[in-house]
Design a protein around this ligand. Structure first.
Ligand SMILES: Cc1cc2nc3c(=O)[nH]c(=O)nc-3n(C[C@H](O)[C@H](O)[C@H](O)COP(=O)(O)OP(=O)(O)OC[C@H]3O[C@@H](n4cnc5c(N)ncnc54)[C@H](O)[C@@H]3O)c2cc1C
Length: 423
């Protein structure tokens, strides 16, 4: 069993960066080199700011190197749900921002010539039960009313596009603005673009303390150097630790597991997802799948609230064989897990606990497009531009009973699985 992700095994050469060797000064210090931190750094450096990014591990240590590579311009809630949650004005603004987020990813790829197999092949959300169809129909209408490109699919069309078992799903919808890419190569490309714009990015440089030492912020690194900056942007997402009080406890870190098969023979590739769409199902505890690098079938889903063991992946192998009986007996070569930051309101959170200190986290498993758009916007905001993103700046709040989250979140997932089975 290979524990490394399929992305690490098929990645381009990592950008050449090292550890921050000595104390440094910057206009903005960014902590965490995932999509959010790096797109913010790119926007800041392109706007003329001196920006230094520090990353705890290797480049590509967090979710940005481990995800499913599905570029989806949407949140858990559709336009009507966002308006009900946030009011008309902010709900519409968040909808517009999110709907444009895939455009931003594909234009960053084009603008910076990022070699990451980006394809705008669309994303299908399949309906696991007829009960999901009315909401999907309403969502398609709401998206199209706002200039989107969504379409409902009946069960036969879903079967034709998926190429799996004929009775697996009773329909679904396709968002044509979505697509797929190689997530780690996308991150590497963003890092190269940020370096070319003048940002400094350091790996193996863990921030262990953030403190105001008038007249500036100081970020102390585990190996000694201190980064002094006017502003600090913390982008540590599900990998947040105790760097700033309450940050780790403001989100629920949930593990998502993935597997990838051996490269499929041409006759299976002609049957399975022949048009290359990414797919998620409508269940509360959902699976997502696509064809990945070298023509491998990849599928992912919710993992346990502890380090994953080999047996935890068996459910994904069963789900794959249920959906695609033609894959029974195909070798599974890659198994890996990453952490998703969940928030209670399913929205990303922007906090400013002190003047000059920003924390942005919680992309709820939809972070390729959203984190790229939000990082770019936050970079613009720190440059002093007005109206860069529609999310409210909220107080940093700990989730109640966070210490018991493994217990209650685990219980909640079992309950959701049961509801999915009944549906
Ligand atoms: C298995 C999986 C599948 C997913 N699939 C999809 C998908 O198909 N489509 C989609 O849109 N989204 C998906 N997501 C979500 C998406 O990957 C994330 O939302 C996105 O990558 C978040 O980016 P980020 O920059 O906020 O965080 P991350 O990429 O997690 O980056 C945070 C970084 O901060 C670093 N860090 C933490 N603490 C410190 C410190 N003290 N000092 C320095 N550095 C620190 C970490 O090492 C890490 O590199 C998936 C996530 C997972 C885990």
């Amino acid at each position: 069993m290979t524990i490394a992700s399929v992305w690490a095994a098929s990645a381009n050469r990592a950008p050449a960066t090292g550890r921050l060797a000595e104390s440094a000064r910057a206009d903005v210090a960014v902590i965490g080199a995932g999509y959010l931190g790096v797109t913010a750094a790119l926007a800041l450096a392109a706007g003329g700011a001196r920006v230094v990014v520090v990353e705890r591990g290797a480049l590509g240590e967090g979710a940005s190197a481990l995800n499913g590579g599905q570029v989806i311009p949407g949140l858990k809630r559709g336009p009507a749900g966002l308006i009900a949650q946030l009011g008309r004005e902010r709900g519409e603004a968040v909808t517009r921002f999110v709907m444009r987020s895939a455009d931003l990813v594909f234009s960053l790829v084009e603008q910076h010539g990022i070699d990451c197999s980006a394809v705008r092949s669309g994303w299908i959300q399949v309906a696991a039960s007829p009960a999901a169809l009315p909401e999907q129909r309403a969502r398609v209408a709401q998206i199209n009313e706002r200039g989107g490109a969504a379409v409902m699919l009946d069960a036969r069309e879903v079967q034709r596009l998926l190429g799996g078992r004929a009775d697996a799903y009773c329909g679904g919808w396709l968002n044509r603005e979505a697509g797929t890419l190689h997530p780690l190569n996308y991150l590497y490309g963003l890092i190269r673009a940020a370096l070319a714009a003048g940002a400094q990015i350091y790996r193996q440089s863990e921030a262990v303390q953030v403190a105001w030492q008038a007249p500036a912020w100081q970020v102390r690194l585990a190996h000694g150097p201190v980064l002094t900056a006017e502003q600090v942007l913390v982008c540590t997402n599900a990998y947040s630790d105790d760097l700033w009080p309450g940050l780790r406890q403001s989100i629920l870190p949930a593990s998502s597991l993935q597997i990838a098969t051996a490269p499929l023979p041409a006759e299976l590739l002609a049957q399975i997802l022949p048009q290359g769409q990414a797919v998620s199902d409508s269940r509360r505890v959902m699976n997502y799948f696509r064809i990945g690098p070298q023509g491998r079938f990849m599928i992912g889903g919710r993992g346990p609230f502890r380090a994953a063991r080999r047996g935890d992946y068996d459910g994904l192998i069963r789900a794959m064989c249920r959906l695609y009986p033609q894959l029974r007996g195909t070798a599974v070569e890659h198994f890996w897990a990453g952490q998703v930051a969940l928030t209670r309101d399913f929205l990303p959170h922007v906090h400013q606990p002190r003047p000059g200190l920003w924390c942005v986290l919680g992309c709820n498993g939809r972070g390729i497009a959203l984190s790229s758009a939000l990082g770019t916007a936050i970079g613009g905001q720190l440059l002093g531009r007005a109206e860069t993103h529609p999310f409210a700046v909220t107080p940093l709040r700990r989730l109640p009973l966070h210490r018991l989250h493994r217990l209650y979140a685990g219980g909640l997932i079992q309950y959701f699985r049961l509801m999915d089975r009944f549906a």
